[in-house]
Design a binder for this molecule. Structure first.
Ligand code: HEC
Ligand code: HEC
Length: 362
């Protein structure tokens, strides 16, 4: 599903752990005139899903955080790795702000909800890859409504994004990507073929909560492989022939890791803390920064309980032996893994809510 240049994804999204255990409230959170507390909680839950798990900004924003004037305003010329090139077609991440002319200002709440649940815009066109709606459609109604409420509450930004290309364009120029989704299956019931028993020290409810975050919001499979947990390649990492992989970042090739519990080629020797730390600090147990476009700068904003749930889920996966080549990068360590610390030098904590581009509209 994922195709082509990802430089910038994740690297641009910024944040810190200021979200309380419920995932509903930001640090330094303040009240907004005219908003009921239920509306406000919904917006804050949406902000959490957008800035900590779903990584919308990794594609939709040349602005790095909600203080940035281009927050979620879509493709801008010069964004590294964009537009996405899928075969001969170029696709452009849309302006998600409520600007009426260049963003989603004319979409109703229901139209926005439907786009994320069914992958279709109000004209009935399928959204182009690599928009991960096949993952987002698995969110609960409440979570999808929260994402929609958040998007409707941010500041409108005027930024015209070119129409995405695709096969057999409609009269308005938007490509018809329905064929890309022809084989799409519903999320299989738990446990699917690749899902084993919870690892020691983890509970079935943690594992299932982690499964939700992975399969409905975090879109780990979009890079780490497999259509869903019934797929024998589920989260087993890069395999030869995956479209758009390895990711090319300048002269370097980067390969999504095997996240299954295989001891030799996956995370089988990583502890629960090793996995949580990697997602929270971006560093593997050897202290190397994970290469872009792994979106840890977004994932680090998750609550500890959500990070623990994801780690519990990964540890419950059955081992799949699949050796992934080491990712390249500048100044490689003796083991060959590139040193990407410079990519994260400017990373800032997520600003408290409401940031400059977050204006609540009740
Ligand atoms: C991997 C990149 C990527 C990520 C991550 C991503 N999107 Fe998208 N999104 C796209 C692209 C590309 C398009 C343009 C599709 C098209 O032109 O049909 C798009 C289109 C959309 C649209 C349709 C807008 C329109 O004007 O047609 C919505 C709504 C949307 N995205 C919401 C989101 C939300 C919410 C998130 C995070 C929860 C998100 N996206 C994450 C790439 C992404
Ligand atoms: C945009 C693509 C992308 C997405 C989405 C993504 N990852 Fe990654 N991830 C990567 C790449 C590329 C690497 C390899 C980085 C490296 O070699 O340093 C990686 C590495 C990792 C590692 C380190 C493994 C190791 O052996 O070093 C973990 C753990 C991980 N990802 C977990 C996740 C989880 C959990 C999710 C979903 C919540 C996720 N990733 C989503 C691209 C992605």
């Amino acid at each position: 599903m994922r195709n082509s240049g990802w430089l910038g994804r994740g690297v641009m999204a910024a944040g810190a752990l200021c979200v309380l255990a419920t995932g509903l409230q930001g640090c330094g959170e303040s009240t907004v005139a005219g908003a009921s507390s239920a509306q406000q909680q919904e917006v804050l839950r949406g902000r959490y899903l957008v800035t900590a798990v779903g990584d919308c900004a990794g594609c939709h924003s040349s602005g790095k955080d909600p203080n940035d004037p281009m927050w979620l305003a879509g493709y801008t010329q010069g964004t590294p790795g964009q537009p996405f090139e899928i075969g001969t077609f170029k696709t452009y991440p849309a302006n998600l702000t409520p600007d009426p002319d260049t963003g989603l200002g004319k979409w109703s709440t229901q139209q926005l909800f439907n786009a994320l649940r069914t992958g279709k815009d109000p004209e009935g066109h399928y959204l182009c890859p690599p928009m991960p709606w096949p993952t987002f459609r698995n969110m609960t109604d409440a979570d999808l409504n929260a994402v929609v409420a958040y998007l409707r509450s941010i500041k409108p930004v005027s930024n015209a994004v070119p129409p995405s290309e695709g096969p057999n364009p409609y009269p308005d120029g938007h490509g018809d990507w329905s064929s890309a989704y022809a084989g799409l299956q519903p999320l299989p019931a738990y446990p699917a073929a690749t899902e084993g028993t919870p690892a020691t020290g983890t509970t079935p409810s943690e594992v299932q909560h982690g499964r939700y975050l992975v399969t409905a919001v975090g879109d780990c499979g979009g890079c780490h492989g497999g259509a869903n947990p019934s797929d024998p390649k589920w989260l087993a990492g890069y395999t030869d022939g995956t479209p758009g992989q390895p990711f090319l970042i300048g002269p370097f090739k980067v390969y999504p890791a095997n996240l299954t519990s295989d001891k030799n080629t996956g995370l089988g020797n990583w502890t629960q803390n090793d996995i949580v730390n990697a997602l929270k600090t971006g560093k593997d147990p050897e202290g190397h920064y994970l290469c872009p476009p792994m979106p840890w700068p977004t994932f680090r904003n998750m609550t500890d309980s959500d990070l623990d749930a994801i780690a519990a889920y990964l540890r419950s996966l059955k081992p799949v032996s699949n050796a992934v080549p080491p990712s390249e990068g500048p100044n490689p360590y003796p083991d060959g893994h590139g040193d990407w610390s410079s990519a994260y030098a400017d990373l800032q904590p997520l600003p408290p809510y409401p940031a400059a581009n977050e204006v609540f509209v009740p």
